[in-house]
Design a protein around this ligand. Sequence first.
Ligand SMILES: Nc1ncnc2c1ncn2[C@@H]1O[C@H](COP(=O)(O)OP(=O)(O)OP(=O)(O)O)[C@@H](O)[C@H]1O
Length: 256
Amino acid sequence: MDPLLSVDTVTLQYQTTDHLITATWRVSFNVVEGDRFVLLGPSGCGKSSLLKAVGGFIDPVEGQIRLKHREIKKPGPDRMMVFQEFDQLLGWKTVAENVAYPMKVSRRFQKAEIPDRVARGLATIGLERFADAYPHMLSGGMKQRVAIARALAMEPELLLMDEPFAALDALTRRAMQAEVLRLWEQTGVTMLFVTHSIEEALIIGSRILVLSPHPGQVRAELDASDLGFSDVGSRRFAELHQTIESMLFERQEATT
Ligand SMILES: Nc1ncnc2c1ncn2[C@@H]1O[C@H](COP(=O)(O)OP(=O)(O)OP(=O)(O)O)[C@@H](O)[C@H]1O
């Protein structure tokens, strides 16, 4: 299948005043339409940097990133990002205004269709009653649902999610994972999802790219499309969990 996103031998670096930091080293992977593609690896292995590069916020020093064969050079409304932080919503705008905002700014849709799109977006995440509420009135989980609805309302080619549930309590996190899977069933949106939780990767991901510690290099690409919520605790889930754990652990031991 023709890839929607192709990341080809991408090296990412940051130049600080004293150091040149290599975040990823020659990372390659392809994401096809409808994938729930997960980038998994320990803290500092360059997962967020890769997502930012796909978002068009940083340029590779080596290699290329292409969306539908076109090189990514800058951010665009075809790639919407959801972050970990609860403060990604605009605090002075209501929930409905927050969802409408990227649609207005990007002019991706006709002005007249925006209210209807906002209403549908809020209905899909069950927050229509909170359309006029302000972000400070919402729980962390609700804020993340609004951020996801806002991104999905743009009908992006690619939904980029950077540890979106890492700051939530365990129960809410579980509920949000189920919510994302439900939204994926509903919309079929292609997702690129960053996490350092093996369990989350196995629940959310149809494919999992395991990255080595800093600087991030591809360790393996695994198929987890047959695993979901109902498989947590199953033998296959435990085996794959163990396989990934030893990959990450072995590598860490080798570098310490
Ligand atoms: N703006 C920056 N300036 C300098 N170095 C940076 C910058 N952003 C990230 N780095 C460095 O690049 C490396 C990769 O960071 P990155 O945040 O992409 O990793 P990560 O896998 O997402 O980690 P985490 O799970 O902790 O968020 C790290 O060594 C980090 O310190």
